[in-house]
Design a protein around this ligand. Sequence first.
Ligand code: SAH
Ligand code: SF4
Ligand code: F3S
Length: 484
Amino acid sequence: MDNLISELEILKEQDGEACETVHVSKDSSTGNSRKLYIESYGCQMNFSDSEIVASILQKNGFDTTSDINEADVIFLNTCSIREKAETTVRHRLMHINGLKKHKPEMLVGVLGCMAERLKSKLLEEEKIVDLVAGPDAYRDLPNLISQVDDGARAVNTFLSREETYADISPVRLNSNGVTAFISIMRGCDNMCSFCVVPFTRGRERSRDPHSVVAEARQLFENGYREVTLLGQNVDSYKWSAAENNKARLEKNQVSEVTTFAELLEQVALVHPDLRVRFATSHPKDITDDVLHTMARHENICKCIHLPLQSGNSRILELMDRGYTREWYMSKVQKIREILGEDCAITSDMIAGFCSETEEEHQDTLTLMDLVKYDYAYMFFYSERPGTVAAKKYKDDISDSTKKTRLEEIIKKQREHSLIRNQTDVGKVHKVLAEGFSRRSADFLQGRNSANKVIVFPKEHYQKGQYVNVLVEDCTGGTLVGKAV
Ligand code: SAH
Ligand code: SF4
Ligand code: F3S
């Protein structure tokens, strides 16, 4: 099962925004008669969902293919986070339209966040789309496909308060056989004013901790050595046996509640050789408990994705992020106190949010100087229909100012990534080897606890092994060394 599908193609576009990755399904043959091709856009949650979709359809007569031309069903699992993400998908649909002219029986479906946002409107806007399914409707896909087989067009964009797909064992789509993602919660109850996710993914709900731990254990037994626990806001993970997760518990109610810190510990205890990562932490919700749990377990990786968005308190308030510049800095201080200087801190940034002045933009740059992020994903603000910001604030920063500010943020981050990587030179790092380096089969590549990519001569080492590597050199993106 594990090597059914692997990463076939990674397309990277650099357009001033952070890299965008597209994952494409690989060939599998379990003797099923129909072929499914899935292309996934957006965040890890979407890539993880495509593995659920592949699993559901494999039980319903489909093998996956990497060749779009031999597909009976084409799914695009889409993202709505910025306008450009949607434009990319629309271009892709135009291309698929060309293919469909030669093979009219081919079924084209749009899944994910764009499906949820546009619902049946997508059928009108994009004439070649036969099927639209939102992120909570994937169990219904076999039924939706048969509706299309019967000549109808099919839509299900129902958002659930319970669905976590806990019982579905994902088909690993982009697997290197060493690292895997485990989705621990779905949806988001925050309402950051710029963000479309609460509308496309619905209410927050947490997955049964037993099923999470069982999945981690199964992965370890299958040779995996790293899991990343996924959610839009993992620190608000909360599961209660009593309420079967149907409603969030009142603060003082006594019940068996599993918090994120507890779940993290349970997964870390699966095996000391199983590394655990998680994303994303919301700065307002990450607890000292989580930090202490990280400190207690060597196998919980010392890397925290703590998206800042803006370094200015007025802008943060407009964004409804729930913290100020000072409060954010006190969190960073706490991380340094409990986990030390080696713990990586990474971020997301938005340049040119509504009404942001030049001085307020400078606050983002000065905060970056204070934190010195190891890495950041950087974007310019893109207004999303239906969000609070779209309704309440004017998107009044010109494209050229947004771009200039974004370039300044990117330039600063490049300097900081290099500075942070330079502090790793001359030290020995425990690296989990993930496979050959992109450039040469004589080198392996893997990551250290802080999530830095380290390349080293292969010698007799194999992927899936932990290797102590003395780092001798670095760029802003990669560390280079040799096994010791
Ligand atoms: N749950 C995560 C974010 C998920 S979206 C969190 O709260 O941190 C990933 C990133 O996309 C966000 O952190 C933000 O930086 C960016 N983003 C979201 N909406 C955006 C928009 N409308 N314009 C530009 N960037 C946006
Ligand atoms: Fe969007 Fe905010 Fe939720 Fe993150 S926490 S997904 S930015 S609403
Ligand atoms: Fe995009 Fe949806 Fe993820 S909008 S970033 S695919 S949750």
